[in-house]
Design a protein. Structure first.
Length: 255
């Protein structure tokens, strides 16, 4: 059965205008905004890492696939690809970003599959929070899903100060007669950074506007703790590759 088409930017603005007192989030009603804010350069860098460290075929699993930006690249490399995300509204965008992939709504810590995969990826960034807050638990899940000699790639935020540099404090999106203004304030918290996001949607023809806000938590981790968790889960050839604000963990199922 074909996946339903994703909502549009105009749909997101209209939902905010019609229900200004409701709960609005990039993961639900404002998912089209999430899609437009996707950092395609970061996604391309993540796929370069996949190309460098994983086999050129086989089965792949992406945990926390979101709108499917990386998932679409994975379908070009692997024979079968499954994307899992807890947010149904984000998964709707995979219909055009990754039409060849299989997708499922589910908890990345309990992916709805018993299959083993030749590659498992879970990528986060300063403005793209991870699939789960606890990478140790995620590493344990992945260790159970990797095929023998399978490869795991995990990108985690490890530099809180770089989050501020990576996130635009203000921005404006427009299209189809609507404008959405966005502001972001970063606040350090225990274990990470809170991004306080404010939105103002405006119907450019009528001038009607409405606002909403939300807080998105970006957890920050210690790189060496990722290595320790991977080794404790029985993964082999564990490597840590430091980047701007993030660390990429690469590990293999030596079984």
């Amino acid at each position: 059965m074909p996946r339903p088409a994703a909502p549009t930017f105009a749909d997101a603005c209209e939902r905010l205008l019609r229900d200004p007192g409701g709960e609005h989030s990039l993961y639900t009603t404002l998912a089209p905004v999430f899609d437009r804010l996707t950092d395609e350069e970061r996604v391309a860098g993540d796929f370069e890492a996949v190309q460098a460290f994983t086999p050129e075929s086989g089965d792949a699993l992406e945990l926390g696939c979101g709108v499917g930006a990386l998932l679409g690249h994975l379908t070009d490399r692997f024979d079968r690809t499954l994307g899992v995300d807890a947010n149904h509204d984000l998964l709707r965008f995979t219909a055009h970003r990754a039409p060849a992939a299989h997708v499922a709504v589910g908890d990345p810590l309990q992916p709805p599959t018993d299959a083993a995969f030749d590659a498992v990826v879970a990528m986060a960034g300063p403005a793209a929070p991870p699939a789960v807050d606890d990478p140790t638990a995620l590493i344990g899940t992945v260790a159970e899903r990797l095929a023998p000699e399978g490869t795991f790639l995990l990108r985690a935020v490890t530099d809180a100060s770089a989050v501020r540099d990576a996130v635009e404090s203000v921005g404006v999106l427009s299209g189809s007669g609507y404008r959405l203004e966005r502001s972001v304030t970063d606040l350090p918290t225990d274990g990470g950074v809170d991004l306080r996001m404010g939105y103002r949607a405006t119907d450019e023809e009528s001038g009607e506007s409405a606002t909403a806000s939300e807080t998105v938590h970006v957890p920050v981790h210690d790189a060496e703790s990722l290595r320790e968790a991977a080794e404790a889960a029985g993964l082999a050839d564990v490597r840590l590759l430091e980047g701007a604000a993030t660390t990429l963990l690469v590990a293999r199922n030596g079984g």
